[in-house]
Design a protein around this ligand. Structure first.
Ligand code: FES
Length: 152
């Protein structure tokens, strides 16, 4: 299949590295935007691990997605500085606006919401990142605009 060929190429290019599992998972996520289920047995076989071991590592690190994301990815900072500046209320508002929780994607496929632990923008808390672009000093209004922009 297409997944097998593309995943296989990533695996082949990295399997002789030292500690190849995490780089391979990263590489596959870069290739597909997530780690397809079908890639797990291929990784397991190449590295001589069980499928359960690969799955265990994948779920231990929260960096890996097992589903495709929406067209946009909105990451809300959940670390301390942002929490102390109203991050919880902001998160509640975003969840309400989108009708989803963290790690979920809106039904229209427009937005995936993810938590992130510090965006390095603590001085401008509370902070978020939309498709790789940082936004700080978020207010109810500016986060609503950001969400509306992402849903368009
Ligand atoms: Fe949110 Fe650092 S704590 S950006």
């Amino acid at each position: 299949s297409d997944v097998a060929a593309r995943a296989g190429a990533v695996i082949d290019s990295m399997k002789s590295m030292e500690g190849p599992l995490l780089p391979i998972l990263h590489g596959i996520q870069e290739e597909f935007g997530y780690v397809p289920q079908d890639a797990l047995p291929l990784i397991a076989e190449a590295l001589n691990l069980s499928r359960a071991e690969v799955h265990g590592v994948m779920t231990f690190y929260h960096d890996y997605r097992d589903h495709p994301t929406g067209r946009h990815v909105l990451k809300l900072c959940r670390a301390e500085a942002c929490q102390s500046m109203g991050g919880d209320l902001l998160a509640d508002r975003v969840k309400q606006l989108l009708g989803i929780d963290f790690h979920q994607t809106t039904l229209d496929g427009s937005v995936t919401l993810e938590p992130v632990f510090c965006l390095g923008l603590c001085a401008c808390a509370p902070a978020a990142m939309l498709d790789g672009e940082l936004h700080g000093r978020l207010s109810n209004e500016s986060i609503s605009e950001l969400v509306a922009e992402a849903r368009r």
